[in-house]
Design a binder for this molecule. Structure first.
Ligand code: NAD
Ligand code: UDP
Length: 316
């Protein structure tokens, strides 16, 4: 599991360890910290290696989940060249390992491959509208190039691949300073600080609770070799950012005010997954409504000492 100490990766590690698999977690801890996997460190079937996926590593494995990559805009834009290297060289390294070991390899791709979409909602057949020279390009184009590499290794070298395109996911173990909208709003609400809405707040996102996502990813890895993706995984429930802010304030009982900040460059205005393929091939669909998922996430943020977390970069 690359990126295994991160938000989503640590939940995948939990599931695989509980199923009795021998799990190797690779992470350079750029946007995470060991506390996400602390409870696994003593287990016989879990090991952690601090490693940067830009560099090759020699391991014997049967399956690879490739999640290593900063995912929050502020952090992936902090060192954009490194972000592109992580996606592209990370993909080459895991694909090379999969080829040598005849392992199955699953790529954590993203709804960002659709850019600021002109088609709404987004099916997998939509080829996207990405600005290749904008501030988000290091992430979007890096993830697009990784998908290309996955398909070329599959076609040229018969590597057994899977690709999931993940839409905005939230839940326990999000970094309190990762700068993404759910963690920002909850952190601000719990401190009764202003809730920062970038732009008008009319832009939309569709928020998937992490347990639902993890279920979809594991079904995809275990599914038939005839269905390799890309497949959208996300919750089709679509909300404006202003609605999200209001919901967080209401559920947390906060005294925070909503304040409006300038819009960020190339911010996608709408995003909602079509999940027909996941329904058909994986019998998967999300089960946790936003209100319930936010309650659980707010409980998590209440349970941690936010002061003990180090911000990965100043951009949160
Ligand atoms: P995260 O930042 O919590 O996890 C990413 C992990 O990768 C971190 O632990 C980080 O330290 C590690 N990492 C970064 N660069 C690395 C490198 N060069 N070498 C080794 N490790 C490195 O974010 P997340 O939300 O858990 O995202 C996991 C994956 O899912 C990412 O690939 C992301 O692009 C993808 N994704 C997530 C979402 C979402 O909403 N959470 C949406 C779309 C795609
Ligand atoms: N956003 C916001 N306030 C914040 C953080 C984010 O209004 O404090 C907005 C951001 O401009 C975007 C949406 O929330 O429109 C989702 O942002 P996020 O960084 O979580 O992920 P994205 O989907 O843009 O990758």
């Amino acid at each position: 599991m690359t990126g295994g100490a991160g938000f989503v990766g640590s939940h995948i590690c939990d599931r695989l360890v509980a199923q009795g698999h021998d799990v190797i977690c690779l992470d350079n801890l750029f946007t995470s910290q060991k506390s996400n996997i602390e409870h696994l460190l003593g287990k016989k079937n879990f090991e952690f290696i601090r490693h940067d996926v830009v560099h090759p590593i020699w391991l014997e494995v049967d399956e690879i989940y490739n999640a290593a990559c900063p995912a929050a805009p502020g952090h992936y834009q902090y060192n954009p060249i490194k972000t592109m290297k992580t996606s592209v060289m990370g993909a080459i390294n895991v694909l090379g390992m999969a080829k040598r070991c005849r392992a199955k390899v699953l790529q954590f791709s993203t709804s960002e491959v659709y850019g600021d979409p002109e088609v709404h909602p987004q099916p997998e057949s939509y080829k996207g509208s990405v600005n290749p020279i904008g501030p988000r390009a290091c992430y979007d184009e890096g993830k697009r190039a990784a998908e290309t590499l996955f398909f070329d290794y599959h076609r040229s070298n018969k590597v057994n691949i899977r690709i999931v395109r993940i839409f905005n996911t939230y839940g326990p173990r999000m970094h309190p300073y990762d700068g993404r909208v759910v963690s920002n709003f909850i952190r601000q609400a719990l401190r009764n600080e202003d809730i920062t809405i970038y732009g008008s707040g009319s832009q939309t996102r569709s928020f998937c609770y992490v347990d639902d996502l993890v279920e979809g990813i594991i079904r995809m890895m275990n599914g038939p070799d005839t269905f390799i993706g890309p497949v959208n995984l996300g919750n089709p429930g679509e909300f404006t950012i202003k609605q999200l802010a209001e919901l967080v304030v209401e559920i947390s009982g906060s005294r925070s005010r909503l304040v409006y900040r300038p819009p960020v460059a190339d911010d996608p205005m709408q995003r909602q997954p079509v999940i027909d393929l996941a329904r058909k091939h994986l019998s998967w669909e999300p089960t946790v409504p936003l209100r319930e998922g936010l309650k659980r996430t707010i409980d998590y943020f209440r349970s941690i000492d936010m002061e003990s977390f180090r911000a990965p970069t100043p951009n949160y």
